[in-house]
Design a protein around this ligand. Structure first.
Ligand code: NAP
Length: 259
């Protein structure tokens, strides 16, 4: 069994997940880097973990598939023997942004499966594993972090499917926070704003204009994956022990109402 705490980060091969993995490695974690298909990117992240003195285990698993979720947890247990932290980060944007009055069911189903149903049941599986490991004395006060989005409460009519999944994910975090408190497992929801990753690459010019010319966010810069990584490290290292179900905005102040 690993003597260091172990984190499982879904979608850890790129973007925000990669930033989270690297930050956790810097904070002393061994990390399971989950990815969907991009093995080369995952391998790069694994090297970054090792450069920081941690051990990385790469696991290909599609979070929308029940057998893959089971495989992810089994692989983690086989490699490290414990799960101290789950960061449910994997998620996708719609392949094509479509108006609410025209968007089809195929994209809706895909996003619900990956962004909502997958995390909902992965958290269930990991929570039960954590409860058992805690009873066996393998872990102490494990934690769960859900990466949602400002889209949990911001209506974008050109990607309603995405917004609906993120709103559902916000409730998922509240539900598990409520249920798992008696087991000493705190759950946190981190809501990133506009973060510079592959996901936002296709809309970079538009967001550049919104951020730098139109004051979209009080803090006038793009968010970086490391901004989210630092927030994860804060909760992972128990800096918010009396908070659960807490929403942590990592959004440059996007959520502020101003007049
Ligand atoms: P990204 O750059 O597109 O990276 C997505 C990651 O998720 C990749 O590691 C990818 O693996 C993995 N992934 C995709 N589908 C998966 C599946 N079915 N099973 C397992 N892994 C899967 O995205 P990102 O911008 O970092 O976003 C990460 C999370 O933050 C998402 O939940 C997103 O909704 C949320 N978020 C992003 C922003 C933003 O501005 N970027 C803002 C708010 C919230 P492969 O490398 O194998 O493809």
């Amino acid at each position: 069994m690993s003597s260091r705490p172990v984190a499982v980060v879904t979608g850890g091969s790129r973007g925000i997940g990669r930033g989270v993995v690297v930050a956790l490695a810097g904070a002393g974690y061994d990390v399971v880097v989950n990815y969907a298909s991009n093995a080369d990117a995952a391998a790069e992240v694994g090297k970054e973990v090792e450069a920081r003195g941690g051990r990385a285990h790469l696991v290909r698993a599609d979070v929308s598939r029940a057998e893959d979720r089971r495989h992810l947890v089994d692989e983690t247990t086989a490699a490290f023997g414990r799960i101290d932290l789950l960061v449910s980060n994997a998620g996708v944007a719609p392949s094509v942004r479509a108006d609410l009055l025209e968007a089809g069911e195929e994209s809706f189903d895909r996003l619900v499966d990956i962004n909502l149903k997958g995390p909902y049941f992965l958290i269930q599986l990991v929570a039960n594993t954590m409860i058992a490991q805690q009873a066996a004395g393998r872990v102490e006060r494990p934690k769960i972090v859900v990466i949602s989005s400002i889209s949990a409460y911001t209506a974008s009519v050109n990607r309603g499917d995405y917004c609906v999944t993120k709103a559902g994910l916000a409730m998922t975090a509240q539900l598990y926070a409520t249920r798992l408190a008696e087991h000493g497992i705190n759950v946190y929801e981190i809501r990133p704003g506009v973060i510079e990753t592959d996901m936002t690459g296709p809309v970079k010019a538009r967001y550049d204009d919104l951020i730098f010319n139109q004051g979209l966010t009080p803090i006038r810069r793009w968010g970086q994956p490391d901004d989210v990584g630092r927030a994860v490290v804060a909760v992972a290292t128990d800096l918010l022990p009396f908070s659960t179900g807490q929403v942590i905005d990592v959004d440059g102040g996007f959520h502020l109402r101003t007049l």
